[in-house]
Design a protein around this ligand. Structure first.
Ligand code: BDR
Ligand code: CA
Length: 357
């Protein structure tokens, strides 16, 4: 199975709920082997994102205890995985933890009060690293043959940037770095122009994006938002938190209820934005595909943009040069530091042949 390092800012109540769904998907995917989970600040504090991963493991453990036949559905739960803490804030600039709308639903503290919530506990398959996340990333890449490990980055790119600063030649051994982040041709979600992961550490994002020849694949909001899944599909009406449901069903219903209520109050579509699960899905599908081929129905586009790091209103914005005068500026490229990234798009979204997630 293909080896994965999952870099995440998992949260249970804030928008990092989609990191949790991505983690469950990874735990349930035989195509990949989850070598490490490296946590970063982001949707919540580092301490929270770290203990949230332990809680998710606790929940899966509880589920398997109650439903032993389901153990095979989580092949990566029992396999050894390293869990490592990263940085508590961005490599430069101000710390920004996602603020979240506190709706009147009373579910203000799911993580501590929900009856089916996994406790923070130790797990025989999880080893908590004594070194910082970026070092764990480097150790794994150094140890494994080139082109066999994919980094799935689902939070601010802080840990990845630190690994690149320290030993870029080792990071280059990665098969791919698949990152959810940015908004190229669509509005932002944290400000009118910025996507959250890039907003939270724009300096780190810029360092990763501009790194020459890095096998970076980006899933910006342009591709993730159109893949939202209707809440009624995820939370069928009969799925309440009654004891007849498994801990996992009740948990998923509970963590999705809050974002659903927020979307309702904001007058948005009744759909869950699957940013990080989509990136995880891409990595899982891509695990067995060799060479430069992508998942059927998907295309990669090389995009050039610069990242705003300071702007009073535009911090974290991907500034795409829409003038189409690339050649004129080509000679200036080295000095101007134009960043390049490969952004993924799904042909089906554009009415071309392809598969739909
Ligand atoms: C990204 O920010 C977080 O809210 C999500 O987990 C995702 O990684 C979307 O902008
Ligand atoms: Ca995330």
């Amino acid at each position: 199975a293909h080896k994965i390092i999952f870099d995440t800012d998992a949260d249970l109540e804030k928008p990092g709920v989609d990191d949790v769904i991505a983690l469950l998907l990874l735990l349930a995917s035989p195509e990949i082997r989850l070598e490490a989970i490296t946590v970063t600040f982001g949707n919540s504090t580092l301490q929270n994102t770290f203990s949230n991963v332990l809680k998710v493991y606790g929940l899966v453990q509880q589920h398997i205890l109650e439903h032993p036949h389901d153990a095979t559905r989580f092949p990566n739960y029992a396999r050894p995985t390293v869990l490592a803490k990263g940085r508590a804030g961005p490599i430069a600039g101000e710390l920004h933890i996602a603020e979240y709308f506190h709706g009147p639903d009373g579910l203000s503290d799911i993580s501590n009060t929900h009856p089916h919530f996994g406790a923070v506990t130790t797990h025989s398959s999880l080893t908590v690293a004594t070194t910082e996340a970026y070092k764990v990333i480097l150790d794994i890449l150094e140890r494994e043959p080139p082109g066999t490990v994919t980094i799935l980055a689902a939070g601010p790119l802080t840990n990845i940037a630190l690994a690149l600063r320290e030993q870029p030649e080792i990071v280059m051994k990665a098969r791919r770095i698949v990152a959810m982040g940015g908004a190229l041709d669509v509005p932002g979600n944290t400000s009118p122009v910025a996507e959250f992961n890039f907003y939270a550490d724009p300096y780190a994002a810029q360092e990763v994006i501009q790194f020459p020849q890095l096998p970076l694949f980006l899933l910006p909001l342009d591709i993730t938002v159109p893949h939202s899944v209707d809440f009624p599909i995820l939370i069928p009406a009969h799925h309440d938190c009654s004891p007849s449901h498994t801990p996992l069903q009740s948990f998923i219903t509970a963590i999705l209820t809050r974002p659903r209520n927020v979307m309702r109050m904001l007058g948005e579509d009744d759909a869950f934005q699957m940013h990080d699960p989509l990136a995880a899905w891409f990595v899982i599908q891509h695990a067995d595909i060799q060479g430069t081929a992508l998942v059927p129905g998907w295309k990669a586009h090389r995009r050039m943009f610069r990242l705003e790091r300071i702007g009073e209103l535009t911090k974290g914005m991907c500034v795409v040069d829409r003038r189409g005068t690339r050649e004129v500026f080509h000679s200036n490229r080295a000095e101007s530091g134009v960043e390049e990234a490969v952004a993924l798009r799904n042909l089906a979204q554009e009415g071309e042949d392809g598969i739909m997630v």
